[in-house]
Ligand binder design. Structure first.
Ligand code: CUA
Length: 394
């Protein structure tokens, strides 16, 4: 519907705006909003107009008016009352018809697109999202799994099976579709489609504990050939950089104490062009230091990261945390909260509780659950090696 979205309403735009839709499901939802807005808007104008007219016309204007006898009292006009009931019912039907149509449409992939639809299991954890691609099986390693970044082919319907391993979460990509709850022991589903390649923000939309507000994810929609290439790359095991490989360039220095956003003069290529930034991250970075990467890989075992995280083909085999096989090629870390820069990864590794209070990496990974004592805390030097290792996992 071609309504009022013009320049003067630019404040309604932004990465999580439901007014700038990028797929048919979100469009259907936006149309329902506009229909409701117009109907209720017209009612508001009529009622407020009559009320204003009556108030101005019949108000007491002087002392004589105030003490005048009240006008003759009636008991209503049956025609007007019946008319108002009829108009109310009509207004409700006018809203209900497109609403029901949109509910049915949003519920299931249209029959014509079922054959080609991609099926993904989206699973909520406190506080991150796991994505499984059941059609993509890896020999000896089972289903392809990613974390916090859902990559899909643009122009193709995606059916999402929504699950939760702990509490109720809700899956919402404002520009594409949502919200549908992810409920423990209950199989909900939804679908979405991105019309064009793009980079979309997602957000948990159901209160699920102290980090609910920072439980985020991304949807990256790629053209079919790019998506096919991504699949091949994702199914490959974790990248290995031999310890004696020559350094490609001087190691990039970073100041982890000044990680971004709040720093003076901060500017990020990621903010300006997130999809472009994502594409860049798919290839190895300049300035890799193989010795540091090898040290990081050792620390990944010694600090017990392997207990919760998988790096396919390497030591990590845990499944309670996000799969990290290709963590270096993701734009975000910590459940979509931080840009995946060296500074932020360093900060996340050394102070996870400061980024996401109460997260399991901190409460059960870094601390001994029996004594509550810190045992796997990571110091700055160790963090530098781990950053080098994790960023090498392209
Ligand atoms: Cu998960 Cu809110």
């Amino acid at each position: 519907m071609p309504l009022f979205f013009g320049g003067w309403l630019n404040w309604l735009s932004g990465p999580q705006s439901t007014f700038e839709v990028a797929g048919p499901v979100a469009k259907a939802q936006l149309n329902v909003f506009y229909v409701t807005l117009w109907v209720t808007g017209i009612i508001f104008v009529l009622v407020a107009g009559v009320l204003t007219y009556a108030t101005l016309k019949y108000k007491a204007r002087n002392t004589a008016d105030e003490h005048a006898a009240p006008p003759p009292q009636g008991h209503g006009n049956p025609l007007i009352e019946l008319g108002l009931i009829a108009v109310s019912v009509l207004a409700l039907v006018f809203i209900a018809v497109p609403t029901l149509k949109a509910i049915w449409y949003d519920y299931e992939v249209p029959a014509a697109e079922k054959e080609t639809a991609l099926e993904v299991n989206a699973i909520g954890y406190q506080w991150w999202f796991k994505f499984e691609y059941p059609a993509e099986q890896i020999a000896g390693a089972g289903t392809l799994v990613t974390g916090n970044e859902l990559v899909i082919p643009a122009g193709r319907a995606v059916r999402l099976n929504l699950r939760s391993v702990d509490v109720i979460h809700s899956f919402w990509v404002p520009k594409l579709a949502g919200k549908v709850d992810m409920i423990p022991n209950r199989g909900n589903h939804m679908w979405l489609k991105a019309d064009e390649p793009g980079y979309f923000w997602g957000q948990c939309a159901e209160y699920c504990g102290e980090d609910h507000a920072v439980m985020r994810f991304r949807v990256i929609a790629l053209s079919e050939p790019d998506y096919a290439a991504w699949l091949v790359h994702q199914k490959a095991p974790g990248r290995v950089v031999p310890a004696d490989a020559p350094s490609s360039a001087p190691a990039a220095a970073y100041d982890y104490k000044n990680p971004g956003r709040n720093a003076p003069g901060y500017s990020s290529a990621f903010d300006a062009d997130p999809l472009g930034a994502w594409v860049k991250l798919q290839s190895p970075e300049a300035g890799e230091v193989p010795a540091s990467i090898a040290h990081g890989r050792q620390l990944f075992q010694q600090k017990n990261c392997i207990g919760c995280h998988t790096v396919r083909g390497q030591e990590g085999v845990g499944v309670s945390g996000p799969d990290l096989t290709h963590i270096g090629s993701r734009t975000t870390i910590a459940g979509g909260v931080l840009e995946n820069s060296k500074e932020n990864l360093h900060r996340w590794l050394t102070d996870p509780n400061g980024v996401k209070p109460g997260n399991k990496m901190w409460t059960t990974g870094y601390n001994d659950s029996a004594s509550g004592k810190e045992i796997f805390r990571i110091n700055d030097d160790e963090a530098r090696a781990l950053v080098a290792y994790l960023h090498s996992l392209k």
